[in-house]
Write a protein that binds this ligand. Structure first.
Ligand code: ADP
Ligand code: MG
Length: 705
């Protein structure tokens, strides 16, 4: 049991509220102390009944004149409370005999609630109340109201926090000269926030600008910066193979084989990656670029550098269909070059089974397969590499946090020495681990990259290949479906292809959604003689592959699909994308979907169909999609709408990354924390450790994902 833990750890002993607290991450005293109020109630003063104001909360004290149960218009308890200045009605629509007992005529009662103007004067509906005597003291501080859950009563949590706060070790760990000047101590700050004096300005408490809030935010940002720095330094100590491109080697051959020239942006990021690969420390780089910016060829070039240097490369996509679609071209370029060197490409997806699978695994283990392509099946424990030197992950944002962590651990284990052993070389010999390159089409706003990914190098492709015609985005109401179908007929007539995307088929939601199956039937009927395909996540892999190959081969003009095509499908002849129930998709998701068209020279259109009625924000979102085509701008707007926690997929894991600080608003604090983190770590390593422990304890792993 960790020192200072609030409660014993035996599961049998836990009550429901205790379990609810643990679920909220409130385990240690310090966790409780750092659980800050949402708002406050003022129980420090009494308002004479005669001075009550309609519409505002107040606390009064008086004597019950009478209490009676009325049956009309419904059963309710009506209590008349009187003080020297007037009379107030307390009205209870739900009540127990115990209420009636406490609120009997003659009792002295303190009641708190919202004041309403009733028919007979002021009243409070369902006030909180207690019986008092002349000596019952008033609260001396504002009463905190904490964020809580249904299973955790406010009063229970309030007590737990109060005692956690008294027990938690709150001594200063950061030396005073490194603390941002003008801030109170942590202890002072926490006491001020949990139990603010009645004289504290409400404005300060609410807009989080008070020195106490600043201190908390600064501490939080500092903890985060330190943990990132530690992770980065940790990596710098680890070793990875040094890979240098040779003259006339595989990368050059690949470049010569490409049917196009690299864009300037592609050349720049290839150079950045090559520099990482040539260094002896593991690369940990994110390659971001808008949909269609040409990340795959950059990955291929990175792979060719690794293979040229004598290492194996693993290339992974989040789903099987993506792996196929995504890498077919790349493999088409690389395979002939590899064959000439007596090497090959191995496919390792879930659908490669039996003998074929065994063969692929053998080739991977022997090193004959220089490139291993697939889903995360590639890094399953059963798959052994002869000498894995580089792992490439496409669409990394589609992998969950847990998957990314598992991958990291696996890569950490995938240690080889220069001659191809598997990690059991004699001590003292440097152990090498693979380089890691992740790709994403969901650009990370700069401020986020700076904080969450301080441990990650970022390369950005900020230029699209030439010859792309911009996509025109149109917004249509559901009732203009026929006009959309007419548009489809026109495209098909001139030999172009069309995607029609529906939200995912979920049985629970199926009722009000026009799902892919129905749309497919409707389109087939509306366009006799045109092959309309259907693709959704519940189809068998072989079936999906068959449909995809008909569509990418051009025989199938129209494809109705759920979001399985969201990323990675590349059919340059597709010029129209229809997205149904567009209001149900996130902006970044819409942008990615839209990126599936406009890949060839033909003018392309994206039609967003929404189902009325649409809220104002809903309209604004779709309008934003029609107005901007810049993925960075779109993800900025998405961030505004949804907030960073959700942006990072953190909400899924129930663990917001930053609780108090706001990256935009608190950038001054962030800058300070960034500057202090290395000094603290260098000059006071124990303090740095203690600070991270206090703030992040169980989150450290998560932040590294
Ligand atoms: P994404 O970044 O979305 O993964 P892809 O790598 O799939 O983009 O590239 C989109 C399309 O652009 C592919 O057909 C690819 O072959 C093509 N492409 C990539 N780079 C260039 C380039 N420099 N010039 C022309 N076409 C390119
Ligand atoms: Mg891609």
């Amino acid at each position: 049991m960790p020192a200072g833990a609030a409660k014993p750890d035996s599961p049998a002993a836990k009550s429901a509220p205790q379990k609810a607290m643990e679920k909220m991450g409130l385990r240690r005293d310090i966790d409780l102390a750092l659980h800050l109020p949402l708002r406050y109630e003022d129980e420090t003063r009494l308002t004479p009944i005669g001075e009550l104001r309609h519409g505002s909360p107040a606390q009064c004290e008086g004597v019950v004149r009478d209490a009676r149960v009325e049956l009309r218009p419904r059963r309710q308890l009506i209590v008349r409370l009187q003080d020297d200045s007037g009379e107030l009605i307390l009205r209870f629509l739900h009540f127990y005999p115990s209420h009636q007992k406490t609120l009997a005529a003659g009792a002295r009662i303190r009641a708190r609630g919202e004041v309403r103007g009733g028919f007979f004067g002021h009243e409070m509906v369902h006030p909180t109340f207690k019986s008092v005597d002349d000596a019952t003291p008033l609260a001396t501080a504002l009463t905190p109201v904490y964020p809580t859950s249904a299973a955790l009563p406010q009063a229970y949590l309030r007590k737990a926090v109060a005692s956690g706060l008294t027990r938690a070790p709150l001594q200063e760990v950061v030396p005073p000269h490194l603390v941002r000047p003008g801030l109170p101590s942590l202890r002072e700050a926490l006491h001020a926030l949990h139990h603010p004096s009645p004289h504290t300005s409400w404005g300060d408490l609410e807009d989080r600008s008070s020195p106490a809030w600043q201190r908390l935010k600064w501490e939080e940002l500092l903890a985060q910066q330190i943990s990132q720095l530690m992770a980065r330094r940790e990596r710098a100590k680890r070793r990875a193979p040094q890979m240098r491109a040779t003259l006339g080697g595989l990368p050059e051959q690949l470049l010569a084989a490409l049917p196009f020239e690299l864009t300037g942006a592609q050349r720049r990021v290839v150079e950045e990656i090559a520099q990482d690969l040539a260094r002896g420390e593991p690369m940990h780089r994110l390659l971001q670029g808008d949909v269609g910016s040409g990340k795959t060829v950059v990955a291929a070039l990175a792979a060719s550098v690794a293979i040229d240097a004598g290492w194996q490369c693993a290339l992974m996509a989040p789903t099987e269909i993506l792996a196929e679609q995504h890498f077919r071209k790349l493999v088409g370029w690389l395979a002939p070059l590899l064959e000439a060197r007596g090497q090959c490409v191995a496919w390792l997806t879930g659908s490669v089974k039996g003998k074929a699978r065994k063969l692929m695994m053998d080739k991977t283990a022997s090193g004959e397969a220089a490139l291993v392509v697939g889903t995360q099946a590639v890094i399953q424990d059963a798959v052994q590499f002869a000498k894995l030197g580089l792992a490439l992950i496409d669409e990394q944002h589609r992998f969950g946090v847990a998957q990314r962590l598992a991958l990291r651990h696996k890569l950490g284990d995938e240690v080889v020495d220069e001659v191809g052993g598997s990690g059991d070389e004699p001590a003292g010999c440097p152990r090498l681990e693979p380089h890691l390159l992740m790709m994403t089409a969901t650009p990370i706003p700069r401020t986020l990259a700076m904080t969450y990914y301080a441990d990650l190098a970022v390369s950005t492709i900020d230029e699209l290949p030439p010859g792309r015609t911009p996509i025109v985005t149109k917004v249509f109401a559901d009732n203009r479906r026929e006009a959309v179908i007419e548009h489809i007929r026109e495209e098909v007539a001139v030999g172009r292809q069309v995607y029609w995307v529906c939200p995912l088929i979920e049985e629970s939601e199926a009722l009000d959604l026009q799902n892919a199956t129905e749309t497919h039937a409707h389109l087939s009927q509306a366009m006799p003689g045109v092959m309309v395909g259907l693709l959704h996540g519940r189809m068998a892999a072989a079936e999906k592959a068959a449909v995809m190959s008909l569509f990418s081969g051009g025989q199938m003009p129209v494809l109705v699909a759920t979001t399985v095509i969201e990323v990675g499908v590349d059919v340059p002849n597709a010029s129209l994308m229809v997205i149904e129930h567009a209001e149900r998709f996130g902006l970044a998701q819409l942008h990615q979907l839209r990126g599936r068209v406009g890949r060839g020279a033909a003018a392309s259109v994206c039609v967003l169909i929404y189902t009325a009625p649409l809220s104002d924000t809903g309209k604004a979102r779709l309008r934003a999609m029609a107005e901007t085509h810049d993925g960075f701008e779109i993800s900025r707007r998405d961030l505004e709408i949804r907030g960073p926690g959700e942006f990072m997929g953190a909400r899924q894991s129930g663990d917001a990354l930053l609780r108090f600080a706001d990256l935009q608003e608190d950038s001054a604090l962030l800058q300070h924390a960034r500057a202090v983190a290395p000094r603290l770590l260098d000059e006071h390593p124990a303090a740095a450790q203690a600070h991270v422990q206090r703030w992040l304890a169980s989150r450290v792993e998560y932040l590294k994902a």
